[in-house]
Design a protein around this ligand. Structure first.
Ligand SMILES: Cc1ncc(COP(=O)(O)O)c(C=O)c1O
Length: 451
């Protein structure tokens, strides 16, 4: 089956859809008028949710105990896996680098005037850490990942990708001029079927196949089936690109991510990692064979035509990488907290799905209204701040609460949270949170508390 996005109407704006249908309109539609009415899948709720469920302001020092709307909260929403966000040694290095270099240096894109020996050093260290021949730094993971995918494929090539790939990969697929096929999430039967479709196309075009998946899927915490996927390489001759944003630093014997954990590091042809999670900064990288990185260095539009990462980010990333490399106890502690959290939730009868990483989803049954009431109660009564995920990411009657354990959470935090979740589940099952609309936090005590 072809991906949804390739249909004429599905991913196009209404204006383009009119053109597709060959309809004529005497007046040009005013784009601003259209977006006043069509506010997008998340934007449609912005008036009720802004400032509380969306765009909340977490204040205070980054960590498990912060302040939300003037009240202390126990935070489970930050991908600060290794606790580096607020580590004193890291903050010292960041501050010294900022004082020495400022935020501007180097000016310009790497190719023109933004190259430094520190950028090169970081690339060499990342490549060595990942056991790849070379690496290329990316300024921001999202556009870097998207742009790397776009650069790797030509119009005769075919992309085969997992249906739950992160938006940055999906956007990379959208930039691709050739065919693409989507397989059902982690379903190897569906994967093989799509590979066969892809092969039929490349037999005609003479192109190649690029497979995209994630190392650790950041929403539900299940790992991509890298080992199984790699086993199809021999028959289909594809190249494998893995976005391991959540796996880098948090999983694998040496923190090298999901492929290391599954023992198939060599089977990953292009490895993508971001600095925005375990490294707790900004930026990202791709690692691969030397000639592939050389090609990407000269062909990734997002890097060729954009400013290089500022020096404090690069110096700070070198320090973070050094800590991941030399302090394996950080990962041990992360898993200690994660196991306590996941084990405790399972013992208490919670459904945590198929996670096999530290990302911890909790699945409950309920409507959007109930999901927001559950969140309100967790934040206001128990002072627990976690993310809610609702339809269309999960089915309509499912509430997913996502907990991200970190090195800096305590066992007491874990116990307190499981106990609060038990109390909230009891009330949810008793129907106490029933509502047909988003919780009115503005006129609840949530609002009063911050005044
Ligand atoms: C799986 C995945 N890939 C890529 C990204 C984008 O990374 P960055 O925040 O560095 O732009 C994210 C961040 O949310 C992610 O979760």
């Amino acid at each position: 089956m072809q991906a949804q996005q390739t249909g004429c109407f599905s991913a196009l704006s209404q204006v383009e859809a009119y053109i597709c249908a060959g309809q004529k309109h005497s007046e040009t539609l005013d784009i601003f008028e259209r977006i006043r009415k069509q506010r997008g899948p998340l934007g449609q709720h912005s008036k009720e949710s802004h400032g509380y469920f969306t765009f909340p302001k977490l204040e205070g020092e980054l960590g498990p105990h912060m302040t939300f709307r003037g009240k202390p909260v126990l935070v489970w929403s930050l991908n600060n896996y290794l606790g580096l966000a607020n580590h004193p040694d890291i903050r010292k290095v960041d501050a010294e680098a900022a004082a020495q270099w400022g935020m501007a240096y180097p000016m310009g894109a790497r190719m023109m005037s933004g190259q430094t020996k520190y950028h090169e050093q970081l690339e060499q260290e990342l490549a060595a850490f990942m056991d790849k021949e070379d690496a290329f730094l990316l300024n921001y993971g999202y556009q870097g990942c998207m742009s790397a995918i776009e650069a790797l494929v030509g119009r005769h090539d075919v992309i085969v990708y997992d249906s739950e790939c992160h938006a940055c990969m999906v956007d990379g697929v959208r930039l691709h001029n050739g065919k693409r096929f989507v397989f059902q999430h982690n379903d190897m039967e569906s994967f093989e079927k799509m590979l066969r479709h892809a092969k039929r196309v490349t037999d005609e075009t003479g192109g190649g196949i690029l497979v995209l998946t994630e190392g650790v899927f950041g929403m539900a915490g299940d790992q991509g089936k890298l080992k199984e996927i790699v086993s199809y390489k021999k028959e289909f001759g594809f190249r494998l690109f893995v976005d391991d944003a959540h796996g880098f630093g948090s999983i694998g014997k040496n923190g090298r991510g999901a492929a290391e954990y599954q023992g198939v590091q060599d089977g990953v042809d292009v490895y993508f990692g971001t600095f925005a999670k375990a490294m707790a900064t900004v930026g990202a990288f791709v690692a691969s064979e030397a000639h592939v990185i050389e090609y990407l260095r000269y062909n990734m539009r997002s890097q060729t035509f954009a400013k290089a990462l500022p020096m404090p980010i690069v110096i700070g990333a070198l320090k973070r990488l050094d800590m991941i490399r030399t302090q394996p106890e950080l990962q041990d502690r992360l898993w200690e907290v994660a196991r306590a959290l996941q084990g405790g939730l399972v013992d208490a009868g919670f459904d945590i799905g198929r996670t096999n990483s530290v990302v911890t989803p909790v699945f409950l049954k309920g409507s959007l209204g109930e999901a927001t009431n559950v969140t309100l109660e967790l934040r206001e009564k128990f002072g627990i701040f976690c993310s809610i995920v609702v339809y269309p990411v999960v089915p309509k009657d499912v509430i997913m609460l996502r907990l991200i354990p970190t090195v800096v959470h305590s066992m007491e935090d874990v116990r307190y949270t499981i106990d609060a979740f038990k109390q909230v589940r009891e009330r949810l099952e008793a129907g106490d949170y029933k509502a047909d609309r988003i919780a009115d936090w503005a006129s609840s005590k949530a609002s009063a508390a911050s005044e």
